[in-house]
Design a protein around this ligand. Structure first.
Ligand SMILES: [Zn+2]
Length: 888
């Protein structure tokens, strides 16, 4: 490494002014940018040549970047992380000069030029080497499946810089040409089809890929290894070839994925009105992923093995629903995210909200029997619960650090954003909304766009005021709660009094007052008649006359179709009237929405838990599985912290009485001829009645099935197997522990091994639990798998304390072993506690540690706030819960 001389350093500082705040002393050494690259140079094309040998823990390569310089440049910064750049040069026309490599800290590398490069075109060439990770799933990493090594990539959001020096920002969207030098017997796949292959010396070959359409660095991807290919035919307007790329010997497990990708692609094409934008679509399996399940790399989508592959005899409705939801989401990204890309990470929501919304919209049409509108309502309600934290992000949160980029991939971006899209789609009308989406995609195809671009296009179709109203949800944190009161004074037309405020649970820190512009749709009626009306509620409160000539309605629903992103609190006897007799006037999504919101509002301390429980038992025996699931969510909401010890037995009796009959009738294993909904209900209901309700019959059967499964893999169905194994562990002794542990080691099926490790974290005997946790400090299992033991033990009240003590005592060792990308969320391990002592303990433990760990401040704030909420809720509600349960 050569030191830079004075003039270059000054020029560097000057070119950075405005991009990075330079300390006064910086003139002596070039200071790398802080977060973003200076705008003085942009790429116009890349050529990348990498040597990837999956058996090796290092790789090497060269990159040529065509540049457009906007000003004289003597120091060019690029992104690079843990790369060793050994040589570089810059070519302008016919003049070539060697570049000096300037260290740039964790995220940058500088290239210094003795002769300042002129504005205009230039080409940078750099030679480098880097590491292939064994544990992380960021940058280039390798994994073993069977006896074979495979190499993969995951670059979103900012890890392309681990593979090559580049402009690692989404707005730099240009064509790429990749060449991979790989072992002769391996297959190499990337974003574009293979253009040519040629043998090289030393058992290698060079695979050259065609030039890609313009792509940002985060969507570049490849895979290398002895994969098998499953041909999934062609689909869509351009007869796009579709393939499943799977670890050797596992093609038969891709049956469902291969069969369904084409139809999903065609459904999306139909909606967008633009043919699938790339030359092919490959779905590549990654055996293990950390903190992501799938990734929408252009034309080379990657999926965690358990999402794409399943043994034919274990292909259950749950598997099919999960695959199709994720495949629809990732494939929707090929248009929304890939064809049109966000300009910067403050609009991560635009990518993720849209793909989530579009994925579920696609399934709704494609498989009506999956009741997608009902599932949407249930997940909206759970998102609202997370959004009650004052520390929750805004949908569009400014990005000030790398940690903010990482934090943006949360349920606010996915769940809240998609719920808000649904709400505005319903307000604008599905047809106009679709026109807006089509217009937006066509206008920005192969380019970048911002939230403003999207909203202004929608507004052009949907009418003025949309963008402004939408922004009240984008740029304000939190979720509105609507209070509704029906007024039917004699001599006056009936009216609805509606008021909005931010939903803040008891125990929340003070938060700024907020007013949203909410598209509110209400329904009301009596007997045979009902009416629907929609208004934009932009003020804190309003009185809406109900244009009904038929007198006072018997009931009123505050969220017609349950498409609004808000929770409704019904004042007086309005909720009782709404749900009377099983709420026959409501649609299924509406019935489920009202019940789901009740659980959310109960947890937020906005409705009495005693009332919520009384309602749950009314619906526990409902004929519809979604309604039963919603009732389970209410009844299980008090399990962890609100049931006093001396009422535990009463709580168990309550559960067995109302939920037990259906659970016992279903049994642990599927029965021939059952409908899909029933199969989907089974895991939730059985787990609740057997664990929280301690149903002796189901527990004994679980133990019997777990023992049988150790001998015969067909003894339990895949959807309940995890629960069965864990329940047996919860009642289990050393003998069972001694059978589980070697069994987990011997399993080749990753899903089953994960289920068993989950169960191994559930032994109530503290000696066994400590032994189980010790496994994390050994190499008995891959750490990414053995961490399951810790998460399992932390998630279960009887094992939580021992797990927490273990976590604290071994923090440094665990942190050094766990994948890097998991570290940012470690403070969440404390969020399930519910008492002031543990709150203090969690805060003390993490206070100093989060300073050293990028991105952990927000997760810690969320964890502490969740504990505060829980403590306050317990103080407020436990007495009433106790009184309610005393009747059972
Ligand atoms: Zn996504």
């Amino acid at each position: 490494m050569r030191k830079l001389f004075g003039a270059l350093a000054v020029a560097a500082a000057a070119s950075l002014a405005g991009e990075a705040r330079l300390p006064a002393s910086a003139a002596s050494a070039p200071v790398p940018p802080k977060l973003r690259l200076p705008a003085t140079a942009r790429p116009t094309a890349y050529e990348v040549d990498l040597t990837i040998i999956p058996e090796k823990e290092t790789f090497s390569g060269a990159i040529d970047i065509d540049l457009e310089l906007t000003e004289p440049t003597s120091l060019l910064w690029l992104n690079a992380t843990e790369l060793t750049v050994t040589e570089a040069s810059l070519t302008e026309g016919k003049r070539r000069q060697t570049a000096q490599i300037v260290p740039g800290g964790d995220d940058f590398v500088g290239f210094g030029f003795r002769r300042s490069a002129a504005p205009g075109r230039a080409r940078l060439h750099a030679v480098f080497s880097g590491k292939v990770s064994n544990t992380n799933t960021t940058g280039i990493f390798r994994q073993k499946a069977g006896e074979d090594w495979y190499a993969f990539t995951q670059f979103e959001a900012i890890d392309a810089r681990r593979a090559f020096p580049c402009f690692d920002e989404p707005s730099d969207k240009v064509p790429w040409r990749l060449t991979l030098r790989v072992p002769k017997q391996d297959l190499a796949v990337s974003n574009a089809p293979v253009a040519s292959e040629e043998p090289l010396a030393g058992d290698l070959k060079a695979v050259r890929f065609a030039r890609t359409s313009p792509l940002p660095s985060y969507l570049v991807a490849f895979g290398v290894g002895p994969f098998d290919i499953v041909d999934a035919g062609r689909a869509g307007k351009n007869a796009t070839p579709i393939r499943m790329i799977v670890p050797r010997g596992r093609g038969n497990e891709a049956r469902y994925a291969a069969q369904t990708t084409g139809p999903l692609l065609e459904a999306l094409e139909g909606y967008f009105g633009i043919p699938y934008p790339y030359a092919k679509l490959d779905n590549l399996v990654i055996p293990q992923t950390v903190r992501f399940g799938a990734m929408e790399n252009a034309a080379l989508v990657t999926y965690n093995e358990t999402i794409e592959l399943v043994k034919p005899e274990e292909e259950t409705p749950l598997f099919r629903l999960r695959w199709a939801s994720i495949c629809a989401h990732e494939t929707a990204h090929q248009w929304f995210g890939d064809l049109v890309t966000l300009a910067w990470w403050n609009d991560t929501w635009l990518n993720e909200s849209f793909a989530t919304w579009m994925g579920s919209k696609t399934l709704e049409k494609w498989k009506p029997e999956w009741d997608i509108p009902v599932r949407r309502v249930a997940s909206r309600s759970e998102t609202i619960e997370g959004d009650t934290l004052v520390s929750a992000r805004k949908i569009r949160q400014p990005i000030e650090s790398k940690g903010d980029i990482d934090n943006a991939f949360d349920d606010i971006s996915y769940g809240k954003g998609s719920a808000v899209l649904s709400m505005f789609e319903s307000w604008v009308g599905a047809e106009k909304f679709q026109k807006g989406v089509r217009r937006y995609l066509a206008a920005h195809a192969h380019g970048n766009a911002t939230a403003e671009d999207f909203l202004s296009t929608l507004e052009a179709e949907g009418g003025t005021g949309l963008a402004k109203a939408f922004s009240t949800f984008l740029d304000q944190a939190g979720v509105p709660v609507l209070n509704l009161r029906l007024s039917c004074a004699s001599g006056q037309a009936p009216s609805l009094l509606v008021s909005q405020r931010r939903l803040l649970p008891k125990g929340s820190p003070p938060a700024a007052a907020a007013v949203w512009s909410i598209p509110v749709c209400v329904r009301y009626g009596a007997g045979e008649w009902s009416e629907r009306s929609c208004e934009l509620l932009a003020a804190p409160e309003a009185r809406w006359p109900l244009f009904s000539t038929r007198g006072c309605p018997a009931w009123a629903l505050g969220n017609a179709g349950e498409l609004g992103y808000y929770a409704a609190v019904y004042e007086g006897d309005l909720l009782g009237k709404l749900l009377a007799g099983g709420a026959p006037a409501l649609t299924l999504p509406e019935r489920v929405g009202v019940l789901q919101d009740l659980a959310t509002l109960g947890n937020a301390g906005q409705v009495s838990w005693a009332n919520a429980l009384a309602i749950a038992l009314e619906f526990a025996g409902d004929g519809n599985p979604h309604v039963v699931s919603a009732a389970v969510r209410i009844a299980s909401g008090i399990d962890d912290h609100l049931v006093p010890d001396d009422r535990r037995v009463h709580y168990e009796r309550f559960i067995r009485r109302y939920f037990g009959p259906r659970a016992r009738q279903l049994g642990w294993n599927p029965k021939p001829g059952e409908d899909e909904e029933t199969q989907l209900l089974r895991p939730t209901l059985l787990r609740f009645v057997a664990r929280a309700g301690r149903d002796p019959e189901l527990r004994a059967e679980a133990r019997r099935l777990a023992l049988a499964w150790l001998e015969d893999p067909k003894a339990t169905g895949p959807d309940t197997r995890g629960t069965v194994l864990a329940l047996a562990a919860e009642q289990g002794d050393r003998a069972l522990f001694e059978r589980y542990r070697p069994k987990a080691k011997s399993l080749s099926d990753r899903r089953d091994r994960n289920r068993l490790l989950w169960a191994i974290g559930r032994f109530h005997d503290p000696t066994l639990e400590r032994e189980a946790l010790q496994i994390l400090l050994t190499d008995e299992f891959d750490i990414r798998e053995s961490l399951t033991i810790l998460w399992s033990a932390l998630g279960h009240p009887p094992t939580r304390e021992v797990a927490w003590q273990f976590f604290k005592a071994n923090f440094d060792s665990l942190l050094s072993r766990m994948p890097q990308e998991m570290r940012a969320t470690v403070p969440w391990v404390g969020r399930d506690f519910c008492d002031p002592e543990h709150r203090a303990d969690v805060e003390d433990f993490f206070k100093e540690r989060v300073r050293k760990l990028e991105g952990t401040q927000r997760p810690l704030a969320e964890a502490l706030e969740a504990i505060d909420q829980c403590v306050a809720l317990k103080a407020d509600q436990q007495g009433a819960v106790s009184d309610f349960l005393s009747k059972y």
